[in-house]
Design a protein around this ligand. Structure first.
Ligand code: PLP
Length: 230
């Protein structure tokens, strides 16, 4: 991707974040832009780093590992945001700083078992199925407290908060309603333990609504790197 275009996209995005934060009387520094780099090459990540981004989200393990090996010289924080199969938990636990897509106890236990003792505990967000769509992954609101307790008991994980991918909607009112449900769910699990501080919600098309409802991590792909040609 053209460097000029990438730097323009990043500048525009950061301005959107700044304006939305201001509207909601929030501090821009409390909102992390996670650049979702799936389907984009290592060189695009390197360039985005030069323009100030430091956290990158990947959905496909093999693709991510290849890029990590090419970017080992950069101080990147790596976030896994895709569906997790059991046979991928070891590599995820060994290579990532955060996992946003934990939605069952079995996966959480395996990530904890495989997290090397030499590394800091793995930061975890529980993925919540906020729109209650049958096809979507994510734990239901009803089952969330049980899963949260299970993760809190695992020694090599650090429960940080919740993540959601709501049903797509162009309506800002509906967008906000879904994000508000995640914010309320966070309040419930915050009562279980200290240090739970993260709402991973909002993507390229709905980040204003997410910021208004308290997002602390925005996951932005298209708005930074352009469309993904697969
Ligand atoms: C791809 C992806 C994103 C980024 O979506 P954009 O619409 O390109 O910003 C965010 N979150 C998850 C979980 C994704 O898989």
């Amino acid at each position: 991707m053209d460097e000029r275009l990438l730097s323009d996209n990043i500048a525009k995005l950061l301005e959107r974040v700044r304006l939305s934060a201001e509207k909601s009387q929030r501090v821009t520094g409390d909102i992390l832009v996670l650049a979702v780099s799936k389907n984009h090459p290592a060189e695009a990540i390197r360039t985005a780093c030069q323009f100030g981004l430091g956290a990158f989200g990947e959905s496909y393990l093999q693709e991510a590992l290849t890029k990590m090996s090419q970017l080992g010289d950069l101080p990147i924080s790596w976030h896994f945001i895709g569906p997790i199969q059991s046979n991928k938990t070891r590599a995820i636990a060994e290579h990532f700083d955060w996992v946003h897509s934990v939605d069952r106890g079995k996966i959480a236990r395996r990530l904890s078992d495989h997290r090397p003792a030499t590394m800091a505990p793995l930061n975890i967000c529980l993925q919540v199925n906020i729109s209650a769509e049958e096809s979507k992954s994510g734990v239901s609101i009803a089952e969330l407290p049980l899963l949260a307790r299970e993760v809190l008991a695992l020694p090599r994980l650090r429960l940080r908060g919740l993540m959601t991918i709501p049903a797509p909607s162009q309506d800002p009112v509906q967008q906000r309603a879904a994000f508000a449900r995640l914010r309320l769910a966070l309040g419930q699990i915050q009562a279980l333990a200290p240090g739970i501080d993260t709402l991973s919600m909002g993507m390229s098309d709905d980040l204003e609504a997410a910021i208004a409802e308290g997002a602390t991590i925005l996951r932005v792909g298209t708005g930074i790197f352009g469309s993904r040609n697969r």
